[in-house]
Design a protein around this ligand. Sequence first.
Ligand code: ATP
Length: 472
Amino acid sequence: MVGHHGDVESTLRTAVAERLGEGRFGLWFGEGVRLGVADDALEVGVPNAFFREWIQGHFATNLIEAAEAVTGRTLRLTFQVADEAEPRVGNLIEPKPADERRKHGGTVPIAPEPQTPPQRDRPRNQQARPPRRLEDFVTGPCNRLAQAAAVEMVQTAGASFNPLVIHAGVGLGKTHLLEGIGHALRARNPGMKLVQGTAEAFTNGFLDAMRAGNLGAFRSRYRRADALIIDDVHFLAAKRATQDEFLHTFNALIAEGVPIIVAADQHPRRIARLTDELATRFLGGMVVKLDAPAPDTRAAILKAKALARGVDVPNTVINYIAEHLRASVRELEGALHSLIAHAVLTGKRLDLALAKTALRDTIRHTAAAVGLRDVERAVCQLFELDAETLKSDSRVRALSYPRMMAMYLARKHTGAAYSEIGRHFGGRNHSTVISAEKKVLGWLRDEERSALLAGFETVSDILAALERTLGT
Ligand SMILES: Nc1ncnc2c1ncn2[C@@H]1O[C@H](COP(=O)(O)OP(=O)(O)OP(=O)(O)O)[C@@H](O)[C@H]1O
């Protein structure tokens, strides 16, 4: 490569690092990646085609801008790939006009995927604490099916269904179930090779293996597993190459009858930018959802957690926490732990008065008022609508159903009057809101199934997702 003058290269590197941030720069422009200027081109020397594709796909604009800042000229971008015998031709990126590059308020547009550098492996399941167990998983209507599926998976090792996909919002017990399954599988089959981790660790492992030219070892680690458990598979979304790799691993294991258990924050069909192939594979087994627990299950979980800590917590306190904290089990657990710590540190009796004082801020924060705009935002986000369309006069179901749900939720959670809700959602009168509310209550009563949104079987599922977003 011509133009690899040390000064130019180091100035260029600094300019690129400034644009990408140290994290991403360190990841993609470390040893083995060279920058230089030759005639009218910024030349990037990369170790292999994967690097070329990645850098070209994600950082082209940043590189061109950095080169412009350093040389005062607008350069083309070219690549030299070390492991390709002939330099690739036709691989030039022509810079867009500078004003087009800057039209979004001066920011440099880059694809969202690598915004955050992949964090180094910190698989949750390898933390120092012992794994959570299936026996400690408290069940109620919200999670009974998922727990039963987990037990079945352990007993049949994938013979009844494979894979098992568990999905839920945050802090509702996905990781607990995965750890419980892993622990139980090992207990039943002591010699088994269980590969358990997160999709993030899978992604990082894959990228590291690519960089090190060590894919064989990476693949055999996963493909020789006797059982595979992967948390947070939604992390794979939008990572095309990693998804392909995961798909091949998945296919190889399924063909061998190896049990696969994964967890995600959404139904596979609703994970944006998950490839169709992978989503379809996930749907080939059993997909179960964990819902937020109802008050009696929340109380049962709290009792179990208190018992596990060896602390006698009065029922009045348990019920107080269960009633006021509704969003996630993690939040419940956190409140209980902080209350116990409070009692120990102050030497006070653990009773309702102490609970009210110690948890005042937590509860006040959680119970923050929901406004009409919050409801509107949540509904628009879930149904991928803009506010104007939601409030329009259109009566097509795809709009009138979400609108009725919005009115129902507004009535239930905002404390606004019917007339105010009607005005907000498109200048309607109060009787429209009353009939929307009735309609939604009817759907809930009849457990109305709904094909409105992929990934949701019933209207009540949709409303539960919206309420989770609203934190109610
Ligand atoms: N049904 C349950 N019984 C007992 N403990 C539970 C239950 N559900 C959740 N927990 C506890 O709540 C905490 C949070 O659960 P977990 O980490 O499994 O949630 P998650 O769904 O994986 O959350 P995230 O989406 O943030 O990864 C854990 O301590 C877990 O043991």
